[in-house]
Design a binder for this molecule. Structure first.
Ligand code: C5P
Length: 234
């Protein structure tokens, strides 16, 4: 797959997300990220409906449970025919391997599976104090990413700043999906460590996840096209 822009559709109702997606009628159909808010509000049917409209889907539910439970849940997500789904690498290699098993369909096909390493809301201090993990953050991220690769996963969600080192250590084909993207002339909101789409392309991100700079723009289609022009392959 080539580089692409994934739009974080952080809406709380089907109505709100459809009214947003309707703006793209007759345009390039964005790759859509559905997170917990929309999925828990509307259930699996929202995935089927958005898929039916012709969008590719990253289902961002960040699974983390015992291996058997995650395996069974992944079987359900696989039947929803999403393109990418994810889990927490902290769930261990056994959990990641079980997830892959659950995700793989009888014909051998499956959605891409990527791992969250450490959330960007966790910093060195909270990781040491709350999780008793005392290694430096960049090493923890790389270790989790390396576990994900050993377990057979396709890549990781990480900050754009980590994407470069992940590729250097784990190879060009191990995918990096990076949120925290802002236009050079835009508002950062609550995102602390941000990059522009063009910078993210330069450091080698495979997919950028962009929410408010598109969903909150006066002209969302123009904002999306600007991201695509800066980042995506033709
Ligand atoms: O609106 P904004 O562009 O900040 O949205 C970024 C999206 O990426 C949100 O859906 C957010 O939950 C998600 N995300 C993130 N940082 C992470 C993991 C996911 O911003 N580390």
């Amino acid at each position: 797959m080539g580089k692409d822009v994934i739009v974080a559709c952080d809406f709380s109702s089907a109505e709100a997300v459809y009214s947003f997606l309707d703006k793209f009628e007759g345009e390039r159909k964005p790759f859509v990220k559905i997170g917990m808010e929309l999925f828990y509000a509307e259930g699996p049917d929202i995935v089927r409906q958005i898929k039916r409209r012709g969008h590719r889907i990253f289902l961002d539910l960040k699974l983390h449970d015992i291996p058997n439970t995650v395996k069974k849940a992944m079987e359900v997500l696989s039947a929803l025919d999403v393109d990418i789904c994810n889990l927490h690498a902290a769930g261990t290699m056994a959990m990641m391997e079980a997830a892959l098993e659950g995700l793989t369909r009888p014909d051998g096909t499956r959605p891409l599976l990527i791992a969250v390493t450490q959330l960007t809301s966790t910093d060195q201090h909270s990781m040491e104090r709350d999780l008793l993990i005392r290694e430096p953050m960049d090493q923890v991220v790389l270790h989790y990413a390396s576990n994900a690769k050993k377990a057979g996963l396709d890549g990781v969600v990480c900050s754009p700043r980590e994407a470069q080192v992940v590729h250097e250590c784990l190879g060009r084909s191990f995918l990096t999906v990076t949120p925290g993207i802002r236009f050079a002339d835009g508002d950062n909101g609550d995102q602390k460590r941000v990059m522009t789409p063009a910078e993210a392309k330069k450091i080698g991100s495979d997919y950028i996840v962009v929410g408010r700079p598109i969903t909150g723009a006066a002209d969302p289609v123009a904002a999306y096209e600007r991201c695509v022009a800066e980042f995506a392959d033709a």
